[in-house]
Ligand binder design. Structure first.
Ligand SMILES: *Cc1c(COP(=O)(O)O)cnc(C)c1O
Length: 229
């Protein structure tokens, strides 16, 4: 059994090495601990070791953990599928939302973000390979949604997120991430100012970093296997 410290050191040295290979600064890559189905104690342990960003997929589970960890200065990211009836809690209790995949959700989050909080940072989730059962915007509808979301007052459109089909082939992994990067560059050429590519998980974080990821969402690589519910 590896300790949390050993797992974290391995992830950090991998970020470091891959960033250098890509000619990038390691601190330009934000590590998010994907903590779904992980106990509060495991999050606390990583937080004490210096991880500040955590990503959750389920609202109720996230709120319970936020309450239990309220003594720590953590940054919370919502990375799961979004049901319309959960947007109020998401708008109130998160700093970032990575998984916005319909303009309706962006509008609700903007409307429901409390006025005394900073704008909610959001990424649009893109379904790069057009997988029918997967969440995410198709590349063909991305531009219109991005420009509309960019005008909403209480959200700040920061960038794009994707979860490509799993594959062990580094070239294929890089190809998918390159498509997301190209989409971001295209939007910026159209006048948007997006600075975030949320891409890369435990199995494909190196490919993502090589293609410009600024946020990686790492679950099992940091925490070990998830608990069964
Ligand atoms: C679970 C999850 C991750 C982390 O996956 P691992 O393979 O455990 O690193 C990243 N992003 C999202 C959206 C997830 O749901």
């Amino acid at each position: 059994m590896q300790t949390a410290k050993q797992r974290l050191d391995k992830v950090l040295s991998s970020i470091h090495d891959t960033a250098h290979r890509a000619g990038r600064a390691p601190h330009d890559i934000c590590l998010i601990g994907a903590s779904k189905a992980q106990p509060v104690a495991a999050i606390r342990e990583l937080a004490i070791l210096g991880v500040q960003n955590f990503g959750e997929n389920f609202v109720q589970e996230a709120l319970e953990k936020q309450t239990a960890l309220a003594d720590l200065d953590l940054i919370w990211h919502f990375i799961g599928r979004i049901q319309s009836n959960k947007t109020l809690d998401i708008a109130k209790h998160f700093d970032w939302v990575h998984s916005v995949d319909r303009i309706k959700i962006a509008r609700r989050l903007s409307r429901q973000r409390p006025a005394d909080q900073d704008p909610l940072n959001i990424c649009l989730q893109v379904n790069i390979q057009q997988e029918p059962t997967k969440a995410g915007l198709g590349l063909e509808s991305l531009d219109e949604v991005a420009h509309t979301a960019n005008e909403l007052p209480a959200i700040q459109l920061r960038g794009l997120m994707a979860i490509p089909q799993p594959t062990d082939d580094l070239v294929a992994q890089r190809g998918s991430f390159a498509q997301l990067r190209t989409a971001l560059e295209r939007l910026n050429a159209q006048g948007l100012r997006l600075d975030t590519l949320s891409m890369g998980m435990s199995a494909d974080m190196d490919a993502a970093i090589l293609e410009g990821a600024t946020m990686i969402r790492v679950g099992t690589g940091l925490f070990g296997p998830r608990e069964r519910k």
